[in-house]
Design a protein around this ligand. Structure first.
Ligand SMILES: Nc1ncnc2c1ncn2[C@@H]1O[C@H](COP(=O)(O)OP(=O)(O)OP(=O)(O)O)[C@@H](O)[C@H]1O
Length: 244
């Protein structure tokens, strides 16, 4: 389970202070897909960076399966999988070498990592290119490899940042299947995306973030009741007008 409690971060620049994340709290349960959604600059990336332990909060904390980022940053990283549209691959390693290398970085025993590599390769359809250099893969093939890489240490919590960016319909469907798999095997999943139509189909619960604060949170039914709107897109447009 992931807990974010009263998380707050202000950035100071030469001419201004930006409260990027403002007293943000939410939880994601095992087997649940949570859409953390918001327009540009809402605070999504800053939140993920604090959950991952890459940025220190001014106040509040993130906790992954009972382990707090501030007290055990390595322990938290081993319990998190992170997949981002901007993930790179090591071009000169074969896909298998790269996956086993990441397993090793996470402290997974080589025999366990090798078996997981085989199982996940079958699941994500990457067996045909396991022994090809990662640098020769297409965007969609590379994306599937990064999805496998995110799971090589079998973390209980997965963070997906813009997972469908740049993918064709088949690639998007692969992400949908992957997220369904994550839900089925009981991972707690956070998805950040600007594709609100996809989010509406994918997520069990939502947090609509604007100016670092959750403006609405809950299931689609909760959000519809609270806003009187049918679709996330309309809710967002209203939010941005209200806060303009
Ligand atoms: N290192 C930084 N220094 C100063 N301001 C920052 C820094 N990082 C983020 N910000 C500001 O904090 C706010 C939130 O940014 P953040 O990147 O978290 O938004 P986001 O929701 O991920 O946006 P996007 O959808 O555009 O990626 C923005 O106003 C941004 O300019």
């Amino acid at each position: 389970m992931l807990t974010v409690q009263s998380l707050t971060k202000t950035f100071s620049t030469d001419d201004a202070e930006v409260r990027a994340v403002d007293d943000l709290s939410f939880q994601v349960q095992p087997g649940e897909v949570y859409g953390l959604l918001g327009p540009n600059g809402a605070g999504k990336t800053t939140t993920l960076r604090m959950v991952l332990g890459l940025l220190e909060p001014d106040a509040g904390f993130a906790e992954v399966d009972g382990v707090r980022t501030e007290s055990d940053p390595i322990g938290v990283k081993s319990r998190l999988g992170f997949v981002s549209a901007s993930d790179g691959v090591y071009p000169w390693l074969s896909v298998r070498e790269m996956l086993l290398y990441f397993g090793d970085l996470y402290g997974v025993a080589p025999s366990v990592a090798a078996q997981r590599c085989e199982d996940l390769a079958t699941l994500m359809g990457i067996e045909p290119f396991l022994d090809r250099r990662a640098g020769t893969l297409s965007t969609g093939q590379r994306q599937r490899v990064t999805l496998v890489r995110g799971l090589i240490h079998d973390p209980p919590v997965m963070l997906l940042d813009e997972p469908t960016r740049g993918l064709d319909v088949v690639g998007v469907q692969t992400i949908f299947d992957y997220i369904k798999h994550l839900r089925d095997v009981g991972k707690a999943v956070i998805v950040c995306t600007h594709r609100l139509d996809e989010a509406q189909r994918l997520c069990d619960r939502f947090g609509l973030l604007h100016r670092g604060k959750l403006q609405h949170a809950g299931t689609m039914t909760d959000l519809k009741e609270a806003t009187g709107r049918e679709h996330l897109v309309e809710m967002f447009v209203d939010l941005m007008k209200e806060n303009a």
